[in-house]
Design a binder for this molecule. Structure first.
Ligand code: OGA
Ligand code: MN
Length: 281
């Protein structure tokens, strides 16, 4: 069976059919996957069955692996590259990161080199009466940029925002050492995708704590207005997970949030890998 790209009905996202990620991909197939990833912002493969090592190998095709603070607490034994996301506790101890990313965000935007993207492999998906719970929503910050009036675009271009690790309430409380390791950084609020050249907004609540050269009140209002603009329903794709899904998003053009509408005994288990990125431009 050959590979097929099937776009969703939304402004972002596509399913990639006809690919088995447990096998080594030949170069033309990988190149086609990477093109679809850059173009659609979110791509997913259904019905996969992969080991942690295979997930790491696939992620590595896109470049270096990035590590994050969750992985230091919950990774797969023998595979420190894989972070476990789960609401399951065993013997009173959490087995993974629980309630990660419930508010709209872009991963690790508080770092100088935010990741290129993130890969989630769904192993257990919560469900009720045969319907899946624990969806993830994705918003196209590129479509949101395109929709802005020209005068607004001109006013935003060249501006930079402050991204502060301390701005967001996290699934776990960071240590002082982690706070010290992540001093505030500045990124352009209009980014250009390194592969496609497409422009997108790079602004979110919580992490963005100010805009250079702007009064705090004015900056706060602008950040809130842009953040709300990006996540309008017209720019959103909502992914309903099935066990065996491998889904990846582009951290430059896409924001995401987890829908927390389930609880034990409904179990959710995902393996997450993160791709290294570059300084935003
Ligand atoms: C993440 C994240 C969302 C989810 O892993 O970065 O935000 O639905 N996950 O698990
Ligand atoms: Mn996230």
């Amino acid at each position: 069976m050959s590979m097929k790209v099937v776009p969703t009905a939304a402004v972002l996202g596509a399913e990639i059919a006809g690919v088995d990620l447990s096998r080594a991909l030949d170069d033309p197939t990988f190149a086609a996957i990477e093109r679809a990833y850059n173009e659609y912002g979110v791509i997913f493969f259904r019905g996969q069955s992969i080991t942690p090592a295979q997930q790491v190998a696939f992620t590595r095709r896109f470049g270096e692996i990035e590590f994050n603070i969750f992985g230091e607490r919950w990774s797969v034994q023998g595979n420190p590259e894989i972070v476990v996301l789960s609401n399951v506790t065993e013997g009173g101890r959490p087995t993974g990161v629980r309630r990660a990313g419930e508010r709209w965000h872009s991963d690790m935007c508080y770092t100088a080199r935010p990741p290129r993207g993130t890969v989630l492999y769904a192993i257990e998906v919560p469900e009720l009466h045969g319907l899946s719970l624990g969806d993830t929503e994705f918003a196209s910050a590129a479509a949101a940029w395109d929709a802005l009036p020209d005068a607004m675009k001109r006013a935003l271009e060249g501006r930079r925002a402050v991204f502060d690790f301390r701005g967001r309430k996290r699934a776990l409380t960071p240590t002082q050492e982690e706070i010290d390791r992540n001093p505030p950084v500045r990124h352009p609020i209009v980014r250009t995708h390194p592969s496609t050249g497409r422009k997108c907004l790079y602004v979110m609540r919580d992490d963005c704590t100010g805009i250079e050269g702007m009064e705090p009140d004015e900056a706060e209002a602008l950040i809130a207005a842009l953040a709300d603009h990006i996540v309008k329903p017209a720019f959103v794709y909502r992914h309903q997970w099935r066990p065996g899904d491998v889904l990846m998003w582009d951290n430059c053009t896409v924001q995401h949030r987890a829908i927390q509408d389930y609880d034990m005994p409904q179990r959710r288990l995902m393996h997450r890998t993160t791709m290294g990125g570059a300084v935003p431009a």
